[in-house]
Write a protein that binds this ligand. Structure first.
Ligand code: ADP
Length: 537
């Protein structure tokens, strides 16, 4: 017999043929010829080539497969690929051959697997099963497996494919855990988190606290459409909500506050911080946000606003009262004082001494009230007679003040030294009042035993000028530094130093009206410096 050879048919087709030739001999043994038979074996040759090819292909597939492939016959492993060895922790695939397949399964799952093996052997379709594989080191691997019955060397066998799904299981568990943690946070939060599906016109998520917040059972609330939500918003707020929503739906963050009808019939203030979310085509299809109940804050804010309003009103009333009272009191007081003085003159030197004394008390008391009223008027005029701030030359202002105080300065035997003073933004009359009160005090609170020196200076501090009025007077104890600026607070009796205790309160009010601050530094027995600031031009 000869090896197959390639021939060509008359029509040009390739043919694989096998030729057999038998010699034909004559009775004497001489070769007469050959009887030859030529067989067309093209089909068989193709078949055996295909088989080899296909076997190589499947062997590669099985060797390289990331899935574990095992074949067992009646429970004993007859074949394992490298992935199977890796999966079960065997050194080489051949180590598995001969071992009962059930041994590689975690004892807890064996019963189920045996049942499946029986089904596989019967040729039934067993379902994909989750199995725990037990490794020699005691660890387990979760796999998904399925078997199928195949004939092997004339006997039934089961081919099993196992896939390691422990990574997926871990990821799934992690996802579940993260979800649970997130749910816990959302459950605990006092803010409601939501996502509203604008296409389906209903929430696709709303956290459980929405129930407490809105007073509507969660399932009922979650099924509300946008229209059903909008009718629950206070009519006064609906317009704002719709306007802000329309503006923000392009993807910007927005916060809107509105009153929402609670299940108990009352309105609650909600602060809704939300953002529009778009799909791949750029259409806004979700609105996600966080809602906080800010009713308390609103009530507090409202109470504070009302309180401030009341305060402002009563302040205005008080100021009007102080002004009117002091203004209208002046007139009758002037009459009392001047008629008493007239009476005193008429009485002459020979009048009843008691009556003269009494008249003296009346006049003294009246004059004191006049001074007090003057000072009170000064205080109330800070607001009522205020001019707006304008560039004011402080040098000119102090010169005028010192001119008006000339007699007092002379009487006190004081020297007054004024440094270079700036132009500041101030109401000129009020700046004059400040200088007048401070220099007036310096003259009044002088030491009888030491010459008085008064100095007025200014220094630039940031956006302001800081003025300093320094004297060498009696000084003030540090514990009174704040108290002296409070109205009617005096450190001496009228007999020692006359006064009403209003002068520094006026200074403080004027300075603060100009956005400045005032304070004192002093050493008792040595002197004091009053500092105040005024805005620069
Ligand atoms: P009055 O001078 O009418 O008492 P003020 O409000 O001007 O009221 O001053 C409050 C108090 O501050 C004064 O009673 C005085 O004790 C103290 N005081 C103010 N200026 C000086 C000063 N230059 N030196 C010492 N003490 C002063």
């Amino acid at each position: 017999m000869r090896r197959p050879v390639l021939q060509h048919h008359r029509d040009g087709r390739p043919l694989i043929v096998e030729g057999h030739a038998v010699p034909v001999r004559a009775p004497d043994g001489a070769l007469v010829g050959y009887v030859a038979a030529v067989l067309d074996v093209t089909a068989q040759a193709r078949l055996s080539g295909d088989l080899a090819e296909s076997e190589a292909k499947y062997r590669n597939l099985v060797e390289l497969s990331p899935d574990a492939i095992l074949i067992h016959q009646h429970g004993a492993i007859v074949f394992a690929n490298p992935a199977a060895a890796r999966l079960v922790g065997a050194a080489a695939p051949d180590d598995l051959v001969g071992r009962p397949i059930i041994e590689i399964v975690d004892p807890g799952a064996r019963e189920n697997v045996e049942w499946n093996i029986t089904a596989d052997l019967r040729g039934e379709d067993s379902p994909i099963t989750m199995v725990e594989i037990l490794r020699p080191d005691g660890t387990t691997v979760s796999v998904q497996g399925r078997g199928a019955c195949i004939p092997l060397r004339g006997r039934p066998a089961v081919q099993v494919v196992l896939r390691d799904v422990s990574e997926e299981k871990r990821a799934e568990a992690e996802l579940r855990e993260t979800g649970e943690r997130l749910r816990n946070v959302l459950d605990l939060s006092r803010d409601a988190v939501y996502r509203f599906d604008l296409v389906a016109d209903r929430f696709d998520y709303v956290s459980p606290v929405a129930w407490t917040l809105t007073g509507n059972p969660l399932e009922e609330f979650a099924a509300f459409s946008l229209a059903e939500l909008l009718v629950r918003i206070h009519t006064d707020d609906r317009g704002t909500v719709e306007a802000i929503t329309a503006e923000a739906i392009g993807g910007e963050n927005a916060t809107v506050e509105y009153r929402f009808l609670h299940g108990d019939g009352s309105y609650r203030w909600f602060s809704d911080h939300f953002v529009g979310q778009t799909d791949e085509d750029g259409r806004t299809c979700y609105r996600g946000g966080v809602v906080r109940d800010v009713t308390r804050e609103h009530e507090d804010r409202e109470a504070l606003r009302r309180f401030a309003e009341d305060l402002e009103r009563s302040n205005e009333e008080l100021q009007r009262f102080a002004y009117v009272a002091s203004h209208d009191l002046q007139e009758p007081l002037r009459s009392i004082v001047s008629f008493s003085q007239l009476l005193e003159r008429r009485l002459g030197e020979d009048g009843n001494p008691d009556v003269r004394d009494f008249l003296g008390f009346i006049i003294e008391g009246g004059v004191r009230i006049q001074v007090l009223i003057q000072d009170l008027l000064q205080l109330s005029r800070i607001e009522t007679k205020a001019q707006s701030a304008e560039p004011t030359d402080a040098g000119r202002v102090i010169a005028d003040v010192l001119g008006a105080l000339e007699t007092s300065i002379r009487e006190a035997g004081a020297t007054v030294e004024v440094g270079e003073l700036p132009v500041v933004m101030a109401d000129p009359a009020q700046l004059a009042q400040v200088f007048s009160n401070l220099v007036g005090n310096a003259l009044k609170y002088r030491r009888p035993d030491a010459p008085l020196e008064v100095r007025v200076r200014a220094e630039r501090v940031g956006p302001s000028w800081r003025f300093a009025v320094t004297d060498t007077g009696i000084g003030i104890e540090a514990e009174y530094f704040d108290r002296i600026f409070v109205i009617f607070q005096r450190l001496h009796t009228r007999e020692v130093y006359p006064g009403t205790g209003i002068g520094l309160a006026v200074v403080k009010k004027i300075v603060e009206r100009h956005g400045g601050r005032v304070r004192v530094e002093s050493v008792p027995g040595e002197g004091s410096t009053f500092y105040f600031t005024m805005p620069a031009v």
